[in-house]
Design a protein around this ligand. Structure first.
Ligand SMILES: Cc1ncc(COP(=O)(O)O)c(C=O)c1O
Length: 418
């Protein structure tokens, strides 16, 4: 078949494709499988019960159900949902937002392409601007969306603080960080996928100030953050202002199947999203917004995030850490301080094979993880660290996490010839 050059970007196996394919392979494979890769959230029985009840109410309401399945929504997303969410953000976080600051998308992944290509690539003044990722490793799902010929991401190497209990934490290296005119936007995920890092309030304040000085937006990906799903286990203040583009998602709450993303931003950005929705899919799905609106209005959603979701993942994190402490005590291993999201980022210092080789070995033993090198937009010369880390999702059932981590310990021990 003769494809245009546009098709090139869909003919290669991008990191995001590998990640999602592995999820499929793991469910189709024979023998015991330990799915510690991908970004699937856990099935939390109480959360699913609440959602089932909401669904039953909806199915029993002929009018609401009829509208949800039988009518296109407006391209910016469901108005009642946007109003309810704006109310929540005003009341619980004190942000000056209305529905005009909110748009709905079919999963937050679907807005990255539009946003990154709108702030990076060729500009009318002849310059090529990039998106600065001030702290890499960063979410692999960003890297493959660029339409420009030249790379649209510039990822910075972080400072590494070594902490007690064989932990470490990445920190933004502000030394020599000049935004100048090179960048069209700055982007961070907070909490961060893949590391479970929560960039501190101090770092965020510095980034905000730098962005406002350079007159470029700060994109904050809050897929795991506040107000939902609230997977943050440390002190961190959420913020929003006119210069912030905040991305939220219903996925990590337990709803990745219904694909609902949210953008909170200046109305100019919301117009872009609205038009993009209309042009590419006529309208975003009505399902997530219709299901969630009563839960937002009745404040059940916040109660569930605080009372169930956060403690659930905190317990899962502690379980995974305890297994590691026991099974990997003899390995040259450090774990990134897990402050949020649902991942552990394991750093095997001096690993004699690459993270990719380790990942392949592990797949042969039925353990799916993600090799660390995918989480950088480019290779940083002389920084072996990029090849020494793997990401482990600890949302799977406890037995799978325990056995999977024990297999990782065995395979890593072999790699180190211990
Ligand atoms: C940091 C981050 N942002 C965004 C997304 C995309 O989420 P969704 O498209 O399901 O809303 C993910 C998914 O794993 C993620 O980890």
């Amino acid at each position: 078949m003769r494809f245009s050059t546009f098709a090139n970007r869909y003919q290669q196996n991008a990191g995001t494709v590998q990640l999602m394919e592995d999820l499929g392979k793991a469910t189709a494979a024979e023998g015991p499988i330990y799915q510690l890769g991908g970004g699937n959230p856990a099935h939390i029985p109480e959360v699913e019960a609440m959602l089932r009840d909401a669904m039953a109410d909806l199915a029993g309401d002929a009018q609401a159900f009829g509208r949800m399945v039988g009518e296109y929504d407006s391209p910016g997303g469901n108005l009642a949902f946007r109003e309810a969410l704006a109310g929540l953000l005003r009341d619980s976080l004190g942000w000056a937002v209305s529905h005009e600051n909110i748009a709905v998308t079919n999963g937050s992944q679907s807005s990255f392409g539009l946003l990154f290509n709108s702030f990076a690539g060729p500009f009318a003044d002849g310059r090529h601007r990039q998106i600065l990722l001030p702290l890499t490793p960063e979410y692999v799902g960003y890297f493959d969306v660029g339409l420009a010929e030249q790379p649209i991401f510039d990822g910075r190497r972080p400072e590494i603080d070594l902490l007690p209990d064989r932990q470490f934490k990445y920190r933004v290296d502000f030394e020599g960080l000049e935004l100048g005119d090179r960048y069209g936007a700055v982007c961070v995920s907070r909490p961060t996928n893949p590391t479970g890092n929560v960039i501190t309030d101090g770092e965020m304040a510095q980034l905000r100030e730098a962005c406002s000085k350079a007159d470029i937006p700060l994109i904050v990906d809050g897929a795991y953050g506040l107000p939902f799903p609230g997977m943050i286990f440390t002190e961190a203040t959420p913020f929003w202002d006119d210069n912030t583009i905040l991305l939220l998602s219903l996925s990590k709450l337990g709803l990745p199947g219904i694909r609902t993303g949210i953008v909170v931003a200046h109305p100019e950005v919301i117009t872009l999203i609205r038009n993009h929705n209309a042009i590419n899919s006529l309208a975003p799905s009505r399902f997530g917004p219709t299901l969630l609106t009563p839960l937002l209005q009745g404040k059940q959603l916040q109660a569930v995030c605080e009372g169930l979701v956060r403690p659930f993942y905190q317990r899962k994190r502690d379980h995974a850490l305890a297994v590691i402490e026991h099974a990997m005590a003899d390995l040259p291993l450090r774990v990134h301080k897990p402050e949020g999201a649902l991942f552990l980022w394991l750093w095997f210092e001096g690993l004699p094979i690459t993270a990719h080789q380790l990942y392949q070995e592990l797949m042969g033993h039925g353990v799916f993880v993600l090799p660390g090198h995918h989480f950088y937009p480019t290779k940083i010369e002389g920084w072996r660290h990029q090849q020494e880390c793997i990401r482990v999702n600890y949302a799977a059932p406890d037995e799978a996490v325990t056995e999977g981590l024990q297999i990782i310990a065995r395979v890593a021990r072999q790699a180190f010839s211990l």
